[in-house]
Design a binder for this molecule. Structure first.
Ligand code: EPU
Length: 421
């Protein structure tokens, strides 16, 4: 295992280039299962989750060639229909092979992913949608077994207790592209990653209207073609670097950040007093040290993303005054609270709400990463803290941030990756 040793207090400087979106890449790679033709995805970040998806696709018989950030998939003649527990359990996004498999191969056996540190994470909406399309589903031995003679379009409502589901919508949208007739998905997720997937499916010949709105209309087609596509930049990585600049009082250009994907984040940053402006092909943060406390509630897109909640909290811990952060997507996603507390942060949890009493500055400490975004928050806190911090279990960070230590080093941060004993 590895840890990141961070000596805090050094301002960042220069330009960082944002990598392609992990959460857009994963379902788009699964979309290759819908065709027999060659598919090319460009700009894919070389992350562990991407490797896991490639292993799942290879296990199904897809030929995959990865050359740098370009992935070529040849699904012609793949025969597999199973995604086993040992792969699915390491990454929940693997579950979105279910829709494409049942649509293309009329059957699938995909392991249920189970919960993870950010909460229980059910898949009932994925199953509800596929069942509505006519898939016969049963759960046996921890797997979902799906079969169908023919999928048929229908109108369905895919909202759950916490709103829409990103991967649930992706799974059902992909299957509906090959279903007979018209499908309407109400309460569909609107996240930019889902819009990117819809663009790919449209390139493949799918007939989809309403991507990016809560109502998707899909006219099924008999066959889908291959695609060549460049994945969108990672809005969460972009937001994380914007916050890294704010929390360290730095001037930074975040190249590739798309303001139109970051509306709620930019709004809250500006409310907090962060000076951030759009630039040709990116965003710029101007140095400032004094911020105002803000109240943040996470919501499905275009609301404030749950994937930015922990990083925003890192800034608020050092913003004098009281900030209130409410988690409406994953009520248990507060693993970073105790670790930030080890650095001196004053945070009280009341259910799914964190009440943050800002202090002038955190102090460095050994802390442990628990999930991807919590790790990012700890790194931001460490960059701004007085003294040295050690962020252990770095593999969490590596799941979602492409060469983050290299990028930080280039910006002048004092960071070093080391093996733990
Ligand atoms: N939900 C249900 N039933 C379902 C599916 C979801 O009740 O069948 C609930 C969830 O428990 C949660 C809410 O609906 O309360 C939203 O979950 P969603 O299904 O949208 O999450 P996801 O699609 O599994 C993706 C991202 C997550 C991100 C969420 C929310 C990928 C690979 N993952 O997960 O990203 O937090 O959307 O925006 O796209 C991350 O990158 O760190 C990460 C966790």
């Amino acid at each position: 295992m590895e840890k990141l040793i961070v000596r805090g207090g050094k301002p960042l400087k220069g330009k960082v280039t944002i990598s392609g979106s992990k959460n857009a890449s994963l379902p788009i790679l699964a979309a290759a299962l819908l065709t027999d033709e060659l598919c090319v995805l460009e700009g894919v970040p070389p992350l562990r989750d991407v490797h896991t998806m490639i292993r799942i696709l290879r296990n199904l018989g897809v030929k995959v060639v990865q050359e740098g950030q370009r992935i070529t998939l040849d699904p012609s003649g793949y025969q597999g229909t199973e995604a086993p527990y040992k792969l699915v359990s390491t990454m929940r996004a693997s579950f979105c092979v279910l829709g494409p498999l049942v649509a293309k191969k009329s059957q699938a056996k995909v392991s249920l992913p189970g919960g993870c540190v950010i909460g229980p994470r059910p898949v009932d909406l994925h199953l509800k949608g596929l069942k509505a399309l006519g898939a016969r589903l049963k759960v046996e031995g921890g797997n979902v077994l799906a079969q169908t003679r023919e999928l048929r379009g229908t109108t369905m409502y895919l909202g759950g207790s916490y709103g829409s589901s990103v991967l649930g919508t992706a799974n059902v949208m992909m299957a509906a592209c090959l279903a007979k007739g018209r499908t309407v998905i109400e309460s569909a997720a609107c996240e930019p990653e889902l819009v990117d997937l819809a663009h790919v499916l449209i390139k493949m010949g799918a007939k989809i209207e309403g991507a990016g709105t809560p109502v998707l209309r899909i006219e099924g087609v008999r066959k889908l073609n291959g695609f060549t596509h460049r994945v969108i930049p990672d809005r969460i990585e972009a937001g994380t670097f914007l916050l890294a600049a704010a929390v360290t009082g730095s001037e930074l250009t975040v190249s590739g950040a798309r303001a139109e994907h970051l509306g709620a984040v930019l709004d809250k940053l500006r409310e907090a007093g962060v000076e951030v402006s759009g630039r040709e092909g990116g965003m710029q943060v101007r140095p400032k040290r004094k911020f105002r406390p803000v109240d943040v509630t996470t919501l499905p897109y275009p609301g404030f993303p749950t994937d930015m909640q922990a990083q925003m909290m890192a800034l608020m811990t050092q913003t004098p005054g009281i900030s209130v952060i409410t988690e409406k997507i994953y009520p248990d996603r507060f693993m970073h609270v105790a670790e930030l507390g080890r650095m001196g942060a004053q945070i009280k949890l009341e259910g799914a709400t964190a009440i943050v009493q800002g202090i002038p500055r955190l102090s460095g400490a050994p802390v442990m990463a628990s999930d991807l975004r919590a790790s990012a928050a700890l790194v931001l806190a460490a960059l701004s803290a007085r003294g040295t911090s050690e962020v252990s279990r770095l593999y969490h960070l590596d799941r979602g941030y492409d060469r983050v230590d290299h990028k930080l080093l280039e910006l002048g941060a004092d960071v070093r990756r080391e093996k733990t004993d």
